[in-house]
Design a protein around this ligand. Structure first.
Ligand code: ATP
Ligand code: MG
Length: 420
């Protein structure tokens, strides 16, 4: 017996309606905001992620699935989509269309972390990227979009936490300040964080170890933005205030990936417990240039879809509905089976979801099956009626029956379906 790999999951037919609902609402709202879908490959050159996310980050150091292919190329299963989309933007000259490239994506990401509730090795993200503007109102738009998406899904009790890391120079200055704050606790930090202290002190704020978490909670975290970046941040807030998006400013939201600059944000949801982050995002003004493109500011976010489904399950906002069939074709006796099969096909051709019993059991057993499938109607092919080219349509809701001419059945259906 071969099982699914640890940290991967089958999404079964009974669960899929929830996933499809999230995707449909996402596609709809992203379109309303002017974002178009992009699908990039799941495999990329590993160096793409090492260069953009940063080689001192957990994602690159500990979590990335890397292998060499048959041509000895070093390949990674994508751990996130932003770097791939920045690459695609440059490679396909998406800047040529002018204006802002507004893109969204839905798809699987891969990180080799310890699997637990809300944390998998293959998980799904749904997110957007707006590439080509540093206007603070774009930041406000992207953050608002993430909140409006949650509202539309019916996710309650979520919190937007906002911060600005400033430009590259500010970031270096802020990191120096954070180093001074953490220095007295250096010995008490976990081994990884001791390493982070030198390499990327910001990541200490993202550590999941309890002791590091409590140290991070207690240290000072001042903001130290240059006047340009401070001005930009103020305008982001003005934009959010103008449209009533609630947020709290939290200097400890740092998003330790190398590519982030200026605005960063996170959304948490109360019912999710320890892994309460459902969305993370921010600006990456230097990434496109670093990957060989023109100097192009950009911002985006990503939601974890598993955590969205958990938030929705917990809120009991979405009932998981089994997909129902409209019509069940029941048949008495093997002789008519071929006719029943033909009828089934014409119903389906007419767009009516229909089923038949391939085990050809008794009529009673077929009726039970129809009920189990939630069929609204059962079309019964009986030997007697069929001699006159007639069938019986039974309305399962009120148990009424009527005999109709086989040839007219599709016409009958449009009558039935059009009467409320
Ligand atoms: P976390 O702090 O939970 O490790 P992260 O900072 O690694 O999250 P990002 O890389 O910013 O997360 O990804 C954005 C979102 O993707 C997260 O907020 C989370 O909802 C989801 N996510 C990240 N890693 C996983 C995972 N291994 N399994 C399921 N969802 C994940
Ligand atoms: Mg993580």
């Amino acid at each position: 017996m071969i099982n699914a790999l640890r940290g991967t999951k089958d999404i079964l037919p009974d669960e899929i309606s929830l996933w499809q609902r999230i995707e449909a609402i996402g596609r709809d709202i992203f379109n309303i905001y002017g974002y178009k879908e992009i699908r990039t490959p799941i495999i990329e050159e590993a160096s793409l992620f090492i260069r953009s996310i940063g080689d001192a980050t957990d994602i690159v150091q500990k979590e990335m699935y890397v292998f060499s292919d048959r041509g000895n190329r070093i390949i990674a299963l994508r751990p996130e989509a932003t770097a791939s989309i920045a690459r695609a933007y440059i490679e396909n000259s998406l800047f040529q269309a002018g204006g802002i490239a507004k893109l969204f994506y839905i798809g699987p990401m891969f990180r080799s972390e310890r699997p637990q509730q809300g944390r998998q090795r293959q998980f799904y993200q749904i997110g957007v990227e707006a590439i080509g503007s540093d206007n603070p109102f774009i930041d406000a738009e992207v953050i608002a979009l993430s909140a409006r998406f949650l509202e539309r899904l019916g996710v309650k009790k979520f919190h937007v936490k906002l911060n600005s890391l400033g430009c590259q120079k500010d970031k270096i200055r802020v990191m120096e300040k954070h180093k001074e704050s953490f220095r007295p606790y250096l010995e008490k930090l976990c081994e990884t964080c001791k390493n982070r202290f030198d390499k990327n002190v910001l990541r200490i704020f993202d550590c999941k170890e309890d002791s590091c978490k409590s140290i991070a909670q207690n240290v000072e975290a001042e903001s130290a933005l240059c006047s340009d970046c401070a001005g930009h941040f103020e305008k982001v807030k003005v934009g959010l205030n103008a449209i009533g998006i609630e947020y709290t400013v939290d200097n400890k939201i740092v998003r330790g990936l190398d590519y982030y600059t200026r605005t960063v944000f996170e959304i948490t949801q109360e019912s999710l417990g320890a892994k309460d982050a459902i969305c993370a995002g921010g600006r990456y003004n230097n990434l496109v240039k670093e990957l060989g493109g023109k100097d192009t500011p950009a911002i985006g976010f990503a939601f974890g879809m598993e955590r969205l489904t958990l938030a929705l399950d917990k809120a009991r906002e979405v009932k998981i509905v089994r997909c129902k069939v409209n019509t069940f074709v029941a048949v008495t006796g093997d002789a008519l089976y071929n006719e029943a099969f033909k009828l089934l096909d014409s119903l389906r051709m007419a767009g009516i979801s229909s089923e038949i019993d391939y085990d050809t059991k008794s009529l009673k057993a077929q009726m039970r099956k129809a009920e189990k499938l939630g069929a609204k109607f059962v079309v019964i092919l009986g030997e007697e009626e069929f001699k006159n080219k007639k069938v019986v349509i039974r309305d399962m809701e009120n148990s009424s029956q009527k005999e109709v001419v086989l040839e007219d059945i599709i016409k009958e259906y449009s009558l039935i379906l059009s009467t409320p």
